[in-house]
Write a protein that binds this ligand. Structure first.
Ligand SMILES: Nc1ccn([C@@H]2O[C@H](COP(=O)(O)OP(=O)(O)OP(=O)(O)O)[C@@H](O)[C@H]2O)c(=O)n1
Ligand SMILES: C[C@](O)(CO)[C@H](O)COP(=O)(O)O
Length: 242
């Protein structure tokens, strides 16, 4: 079946592949518990506006995207109150993987095809730039699998036991996974379904399916706002870009 067998010979036909559109999908249904923020961290103001709106500005500037859908929790009225023109699906799940899987289904209900590409990007990575998104698209658009922005490990890597170093690990083959992560919608849906809720990124689901996503070098500035001190760093970077 064309819809659910993403690497079928039909889908490898150049005409179908060439028609594929590109969509953004922004999981935005987390609580941000590690950040200590009083509101979900993606709605905390950074450099003058809620963090997720910086994220969406970057996606809006990428002309090749057919559209971007934000996945929020049921009952979340942030966008209705503050940014009513943003496309929102209130189908967030209890894990990031569930939010993404539900968002992929919503994208298809709204007209996306299984062979279209999706770029899944954390709402909490508000420092992404249109140039980085374009770099990922250029690298992956003609790849059979897809890929992700990532950063080669910049520091010496230690293994720990009981708070002490137990070993120094080889790091030349280690990368830090970032987002966006770009895959065909149908392939990612199947992979997420098979991999289950425990996967923390889309690449992990594709790896579980036996595939090797492309690593595309990102930027250290594309960090995920996770802890309380990250807000000030994100603000400083955003203000430095003005
Ligand atoms: N059930 C979930 C959990 C996370 N996310 C989203 O996935 C992105 C990356 O997740 P993370 O940084 O771990 O966010 P939180 O889960 O919100 O943070 P924490 O783990 O500290 O609670 C965020 O944009 C977050 O909103 C989501 O859509 N649905
Ligand atoms: C997807 C991700 O941003 C890749 O680094 C990350 O894994 C999501 O955050 P989490 O803390 O692992 O949920």
């Amino acid at each position: 079946m064309l819809q659910t067998t993403p690497y079928s010979s039909e889908l490898q036909q150049p005409a179908l592949l060439a028609r594929a559109r590109l969509w953004g999908l922004i999981p935005c249904a987390g609580n941000g518990s590690r950040s200590g923020a009083v509101v979900p961290k993606q709605y905390q103001a950074v450099a003058g506006k809620p963090m997720v709106l910086h994220t969406l500005d970057a996606f809006a500037a990428v002309e090749r995207l057919a559209g971007t859908l934000v996945v929020v929790s049921a009952g979340d009225s942030f966008f209705a109150q503050h940014a009513a023109s943003v496309r929102v699906a209130d189908c967030g799940g209890s894990t990031r993987a569930q939010s993404v899987a539900n968002g992929l289904a919503a994208l298809q209900q709204q007209g996306a095809d299984a062979q279209d590409w999706v770029l899944v990007h954390d709402a909490a990575r508000c420092l992404i730039t249109p140039q980085q998104i374009d770099t990922l698209i250029d690298a992956c658009q003609h790849d059979a699998v897809g890929g992700l922005l990532a950063l080669p490990l910049p520091d010496t890597l230690k293994a720990a036991q009981g708070g002490r170093v137990s070993a120094t690990l080889e790091r030349s083959d280690k990368w830090l996974a970032q987002t966006p992560q770009m895959f065909r919608i149908g392939a990612l849906q199947s992979a997420l379904q098979a991999a289950g809720d425990a996967v923390t990124d889309e690449s992990s689901a594709m790896e579980f399916a036996g595939l090797s996503p492309l690593l595309v070098q990102g930027s250290a500035q594309n960090f995920k706002v996770t802890y309380a001190q990250d807000f000030a760093l994100a603000e400083a970077v955003l203000l430095s870009r003005l």
